[in-house]
Design a protein around this ligand. Structure first.
Ligand code: KG4
Ligand code: ZN
Length: 335
């Protein structure tokens, strides 16, 4: 079954054709990062307008690279939640138009389910159940993936997402948007010489909190400036990354022990982080747990991961009507 998927939840306009959920025939991503960088973050209205301009060309290219015509596609899939509402609506309405004109089924895909499915593209043997740490710009979840379409959130961030904390801390340190990768690069050159907090959430041992860590970085930067002192930015990045790794690996392993999961999976844009990958790999190695991490090319937003998840949603009978709406926020377990 060949699925054409459309993704437009944030600042990448993406289209892909994937066969049977696992074989990528094409994967086209048009990024808007350069334009949003001018403003230090994503400007929602600009994102929607750029999606409008790019979506037809990106889709045509995805079909051409896959060597298939629209009539040879078996279904159209689209990210319908969560994300920037104006951005999502562009993709949803475009996908509806395609489904209407071709008479093919329309498959709605939750963006975070797509991030998890990115792993299916790289690992043919990977199947649920497993425990997944989903870390993106907007979400940080520890999810029990019980089947391809049955998800249970065990732990979550109570405030900022991991990627949001990276981007905000990076901005304060003077890095361009998106700062996560900048901190990651600088962290590899420094020493963990700054003491930063590892906040926990009272009475909710599996939940995470990143805003206190981000505020600690902002306070340190302000205090240093006020005193007229200079701060070693690389050391601060190393210290910050170590704190994030401690928080994530501590919660993930706590949940793993509680739930008894025998397989760990990473997902989302922040799973590209070298420190987090190395730490979780070491923790899983010590415990003899198999670990799957998406290849870097599938960590960030793309439509191949949406097409992969769509295959399983279709098999579960999850097909949308042409009244499908977009949702800025929606829980992963609701589908
Ligand atoms: O999953 P994603 O592409 O978009 C959302 O669904 O939110 O994640 C984007 C996030 C951004 O916050 C970006 O800074 C972060 O992923 N990111 C990283 C790295 N690469 C991307 N954060 C830390 N280290 C990285 N290497
Ligand atoms: Zn994403």
């Amino acid at each position: 079954m060949k699925i054409l998927a459309i993704e437009s939840s944030c600042d990448e306009t993406a289209a892909a054709v994937v066969e049977d959920g696992r074989h990528v025939l094409s994967n086209i991503v048009a990024t808007q990062i350069e334009e949003h960088r001018l403003y230090g973050g994503v400007v929602p209205e600009i994102a929607s307008r750029r999606h409008c301009e790019a979506i037809v060309g990106v889709t045509e290219e995805a079909l051409a690279r896959a060597g298939v015509s629209l009539s040879e596609i078996d279904a159209v899939a689209v990210t319908y939640a969560p994300g920037l509402i104006g951005a999502l609506l562009v993709g949803v309405n475009f996908a509806k138009g395609l489904a209407l004109s071709t008479g093919k089924p329309l498959i709605p895909v939750h963006h975070l389910r797509g991030h998890i499915a990115a792993n299916y593209l790289a690992y043919p043997d990977l199947e649920p159940p497993f425990l997944c740490l989903v870390i993106s710009g907007g979400h940080s979840h520890i999810v029990e993936v019980r089947s391809y379409t049955d998800f249970h959130v065990v732990g979550r961030t109570r405030d900022d997402a991991a990627g949001e904390a990276y981007d905000k801390a990076a901005r304060a340190m003077g890095f361009p948007y998106p700062g996560g990768i900048e901190i990651d690069r600088a962290a590899q050159k420094g020493r963990p010489s700054y003491k930063l907090p590892r906040p926990s959430v009272e009475d909710h041992p599996y939940d995470m909190s990143f805003s206190g860590l981000k505020t600690a970085v902002l306070n340190l930067l302000n205090q240093t400036k006020q005193k007229g002192e200079t701060l070693n930015r690389e050391d601060l990045c190393t210290s910050f990354q170590l704190a994030v790794c401690d928080i994530l690996s501590d919660r993930l392993m706590l949940v793993q022990e509680a739930v008894g999961s025998r397989c760990i999976v990473l997902a989302g844009g922040v799973s590209a982080n070298s420190g987090i990958r190395a730490r979780i790999q070491a923790e899983c190695g010590e415990r003899g747990l198999p670990l799957y991490m998406p290849p870097l090319c599938y960590c960030g937003d793309n439509a191949a991961m949406i097409a992969s998840q769509a295959f399983y949603e279709y098999q579960a009978g999850n097909i949308a009507g042409l009244d499908l709406n977009a949702h800025a926020s929606r829980a992963i377990d609701l589908g």
